[in-house]
Design a protein around this ligand. Sequence first.
Ligand code: NDP
Length: 241
Amino acid sequence: MARVALVTGGTRGIGAATARALKASGYVVAATYAGNAEAAHAFQAETGITVQRWDISDFDACTLGVKAVEAALGPIDVMVNNAGIARDAALHKMTREHWDAVIRTNLDGLFNMCRQVIEGMRERKFGRIITISSINGQKGQFGQTNYSAAKAGELGFTKALALETARFGITVNAICPGYIHTDMLDAVPADVMEKSILPQIPLGRLGRPEEIARAVLFLASEDAGFITGSTLSVNGGQYLS
Ligand code: NDP
């Protein structure tokens, strides 16, 4: 029987490419989004992938949302924690709201979602948890104390959960993308991209969402069954850890 995959933030950017790739590989897929209903409905119409709206920073909304997805599609085998936001500012200018929004979405969201699926995965003795962290959680980034802290926290969470769940046939891994061409990068001015960002990337280009999606597909596959607690860098050589 086809495995069921849930991709948070699966209606745009990396998440949308991942949801599409999982569907093309035979998974039954659901995707979540936060508020951009226009993009989500266009994505659903184009792909036939079920979309559901809830805020992953809200634990109770995650409980209800996961229940609804599982009632419609069956137990979740593959959880892709992709939804994330950035609210950049140097610490001396960062507001409490910027800090809270990023920690709540990226880090609390990871707990909120994994907590919903982990008991079922343990009972069924199978699960794949794949979290989209970031190069900036590995190396730090100017103006991103909030984002770098959340993304580094995701890596610690991944390793700890991998240790807890290995004996239940569950693997837990993280992917650290470098700069990937999605809406998130639209906020970066063109001259900053040309003069500051591209020169840092040995492969000389931005990554494509599909390149992250293929890494997710691999980690979700049976072939990756001996990989757990790992961090896979997909960054064009920008940071070698
Ligand atoms: P996008 O901004 O293109 O898409 C983000 C997706 O997450 C959207 O579907 C959005 O929903 C959803 N989302 C945001 N907040 C919430 C929330 N609170 N609850 C539920 N869904 C939410 O992001 P990217 O594709 O660029 O990034 C995806 C992931 O990859 C993120 O975790 C990001 O940090 C990480 N990453 C991205 C990099 C890049 O260069 N793009 C580099 C390294 C890491 P809606 O459409 O409704 O807004």
